[in-house]
Design a protein around this ligand. Structure first.
Ligand SMILES: Nc1ncnc2c1ncn2[C@@H]1O[C@H](COP(=O)(O)OP(=O)(O)OP(=O)(O)O)[C@@H](O)[C@H]1O
Ligand SMILES: [Mg+2]
Length: 392
């Protein structure tokens, strides 16, 4: 049997590697990935093709055999030399509410230009859930381009209870850049205004990772902001740049950007391309509350406790998980559904940005997954429509 390749194609990073491995071996990020995928949807197919080719090329099944990697991970018995094609099945992740058209276009690329022997697409929420060892549950994914919450029952996603907002880590970074700019630090994320040297996007990202927090409560944030406006020292700190300059960061920068995840003030940013207004969330809490209606115990009865599985790189933001736990424990959250199920954070991977890829790696190597692949033959017989019977 030929080992499958798993590709998690996100708005910030594209990760790829062999199914059965614990980590992806290929990662691409930066401008090329951002040009290809926006808010989780492929927007520029040429750029996406380049990114996918570049992560697949080093995974040449024949090359890995030469390097002495266990033949289990190469195309066993294959004498096909590397020809720029990938004679292996590929499992590709997709964002919540991806369109059928996008899915079929991706399949066409993988079958016709990459030469895969099988193809399957699955929503990143489902894949992240498998990483936690569950097949039923509720996944809150906070990536770079979007945040979403989806209930899943026995592996099936329940779209009517899922929702998504187009606000994620890249928006947190952009807001940090905006605030820095207001204080006179030019950033090349948006370059206007006076200068104290120009901060690169990578530097702004580093400032976010190191110095930004989600406040424990909304009240605490309001308090800190008021103190700052009144000139009372509170949550400010200094960040040191690689060139030795120090820049000062106040509460609005350090805590304000993450606050938007809990209370979107600009509702337009919460649209989805699914075309359904009801699939739009205005905060993480509203997304979770909506998803809570789709969670059932295995016997079909309403649950007493709803366990949330967390995924996506933005879940690493300091204080975010604690704030989430606080918001979910508020009485308003429990009232979201009759029976008052409690909502709690049950699981988060130590590297939440890898949860999707790892879930794919787990299921793509199972024998039971064999009949989930759309085979090359099926694709040749029925064209892109063959996806509709196996990927939904
Ligand atoms: N330590 C950290 N603190 C705060 N944010 C972080 C940290 N590490 C990563 N991130 C953020 O996580 C985001 C990337 O997450 P992830 O890799 O899950 O996104 P993606 O899968 O590429 O995008 P998406 O799934 O939204 O299309 C980036 O915005 C990055 O800044
Ligand atoms: Mg992702």
């Amino acid at each position: 049997m030929i080992r499958a390749i798993v590709v998690d194609s996100g708005s910030d990073t594209c990760r790829a590697g062999w199914a059965g491995h614990t980590r992806p071996t290929q990662e691409r990020y930066g401008a090329a990935v951002r040009r290809a995928t926006q808010r989780g949807y492929v927007e520029n197919w040429e750029a996406a093709a380049q990114v996918w080719r570049s992560v697949l090329a080093p995974l040449d099944p024949c090359k890995s055999q030469q390097k002495g990697i266990s033949p289990k991970f190469a195309c066993e018995g294959s004498t096909v030399p590397w020809s720029g094609l990938t004679p292996a099945p590929v499992l590709l992740s997709e964002t919540l509410f991806n369109s059928t058209r996008n899915r079929e276009r991706a399949a066409a690329f993988f079958f016709e230009h990459v030469g895969v022997t099988g193809f399957h697409m699955q929503c990143s929420a489902q894949l992240s859930l498998y990483t936690s060892g569950r097949t039923s549950g509720c996944v809150l994914d906070c990536g770079a381009g979007s945040s979403s919450c989806a209930p899943i029952f026995e592996g099936y996603l329940l779209p009517q209870h899922a929702s998504r907002m187009e606000y994620g880590g890249q928006d947190v970074t952009a807001q940090v850049a905006d605030e820095l700019q207001k204080r006179g630090y030019a950033t090349s994320l948006k370059s206007c205004g006076p200068t104290f040297g120009t901060l690169t996007p990578a530097q702004v990202e580093e400032i976010k990772k190191e110095h930004c927090f989600a406040c424990k409560t909304a009240e605490k944030y309001a308090e800190m902001l008021t103190s700052e406006l009144m000139g009372v020292a509170g949550g400010e700190t200094e960040a040191k740049l690689p060139d030795g300059t120090h820049i000062s960061l106040g509460a609005a920068i350090r805590f304000g950007a993450a606050e938007q995840l809990f209370c979107r003030s600009i509702t337009a940013a919460g649209r989805t391309r699914a075309g359904s207004a009801s699939a739009t969330a205005s905060s993480l809490q509203t997304a979770v509350n909506k998803a809570s209606w789709g969670v059932y115990d295995l016997d079909g009865s309403p649950p007493h406790v709803i366990d949330l599985v967390l995924a996506g790189g933005t879940m690493r933001l300091k204080g975010l998980q604690e704030r989430l736990a606080h918001e979910l424990a508020l009485p308003g959250s429990k009232k979201s559904r009759p029976g008052y199920p409690a909502l709690r954070v049950a699981w988060s991977h130590e590297s939440p940005e890898l949860a999707t890829w790892i879930g794919g790696s787990i299921i793509a190597q199972l024998d039971t997954f064999n009949n989930m692949w759309v085979s090359k033959q099926e694709y040749e017989d029925n064209g892109p429509h063959s996806l509709r019977r196996k990927c939904f």
